[in-house]
Design a protein around this ligand. Structure first.
Ligand SMILES: C[S@@+](CC[C@H](N)C(=O)[O-])C[C@H]1O[C@@H](n2cnc3c(N)ncnc32)[C@H](O)[C@@H]1O
Length: 184
């Protein structure tokens, strides 16, 4: 578990621990949109291995989001993800899916998802499109988490605060991570 704490990325340790807990409890596959170099992916993978051993589907273009434009790191992003997953010290149950979340072939994604983590595009339409495309596959009693529900990401915040359908109940909002449970 230690190596994930040193994997760079955008999650606080508290947020990572929450992902770990939800990944641990789900008996269905886990889907992540937006992996960067694997910090959140590894928290999810650890949780899964300590729980039901479900696969973690990691979807990313490895080209960066709107806010990363021009960052020199982008050139080696995917290579760093591969390296971090391969050298984490355990056999991570990660299925890598390279592509845009709105364009990937949905037959690569399980028909039942236990935990969906959305951290790809941070603009309003991008978050909404990701929720609309993937959340119908989340099982009843399953979970969706959004990262960057905060003033610095107004599109994410607006969607999560105003547009979540009523069959989703807020379970926890800690730092900028909000987790909802599908109650119907
Ligand atoms: C903020 S980073 C994710 C951070 C990561 N979850 C962590 O723990 O550090 C956002 C990632 O989403 C990817 N991305 C952005 N929009 C995407 C989309 N529509 N489809 C797939 N990947 C996307 C970017 O390439 C980037 O790696």
């Amino acid at each position: 578990m230690m190596s994930v704490l040193f994997t760079p990325g955008y999650l606080s340790v508290l947020e990572g621990w929450i992902l770990y807990r939800y990944a641990k409890k789900t008996p269905f596959p886990i889907v992540e949109i937006g992996s960067w170099v694997g910090r959140s992916t590894l928290f999810l993978a650890h949780g899964s291995l300590d729980g039901h051993g479900q696969k973690v589907y990691a979807i990313d273009t490895w080209l960066g989001s709107e806010e990363h434009e021009g960052m020199p790191e982008l050139v080696t992003l995917e290579e760093k993800f591969d390296h971090n997953i391969a050298s984490c010290g355990f056999d991570a149950p990660v299925v890598k899916i390279r592509g845009h979340s709105q364009e990937i072939d949905m037959s690569c994604i399980p028909s039942k998802i236990g935990f969906l983590f959305i951290d790809g595009s941070h603009d309003y339409n991008g978050v909404k499109a990701d929720f609309n495309r993937f959340s119908p596959r989340v099982v009843h009693g399953g979970f969706v988490a959004f990262h960057d529900v905060a003033d610095y990401a107004p599109g994410v915040k607006a969607f999560v605060e105003n547009e979540m359908p009523e069959e989703w109940d807020l379970e926890i909002h800690a730092n900028s991570l909000a987790v909802f449970r599908r109650c119907r």
